[in-house]
Design a binder for this molecule. Structure first.
Ligand SMILES: [Cu+2]
Length: 137
């Protein structure tokens, strides 16, 4: 009798451990690279996180220092978005970011000033998806 109940207890522990393992695996899923996940957990150090939804950037006014500027673009919307920064002589556009995904976007701006940015998907800028990047030396 004692041996029997011990066996049951052991099986119960094994089942519980297996369930925990599966939960842990599920929690880790989808976080493998920079284009996965939605929390920006893989963003490089110093990156400026910008959320993109229909139809705005959050924040829409961004302050940065001259030099290399890295954005962590997080698409919290339901359609694709990107970020275009109008740098005179060197305009830059990020990759298109799918809904629920994020992407790293790096530009170099050596001159202090205010730069306009917007989403290039047709109709989005007109709907309010634009902002200002203030760069200080
Ligand atoms: Cu857009």
């Amino acid at each position: 009798m004692k041996v029997w109940s011990r066996g049951i207890a052991r099986v119960t522990v094994l089942v519980a451990a297996a369930a925990l393992l599966m939960l842990a695996l599920a929690a880790c899923g989808g976080g493998g690279n920079n284009n996965e996940g939605n929390g920006g957990g893989n963003a490089p150090a110093g990156a400026i996180t910008v959320k993109m939804t229909e139809f705005k950037f959050d924040p829409s006014t961004i302050e940065a220092k001259t030099g290399e500027i890295t954005f962590n673009l997080v698409n919290d919307g339901t359609v694709e978005h990107d970020m275009h920064i109008e740098i005179p002589g060197n305009p830059q556009t990020s990759e298109l970011v799918a809904p629920g995904k994020s992407a790293t976007f790096t530009v170099t701006i050596n001159e202090a000033g205010e730069y306009q940015f917007w989403c290039t998907v047709p109709g989005h800028r007109e709907s309010g998806m634009e902002g200002t990047l203030k760069v200080e030396g």
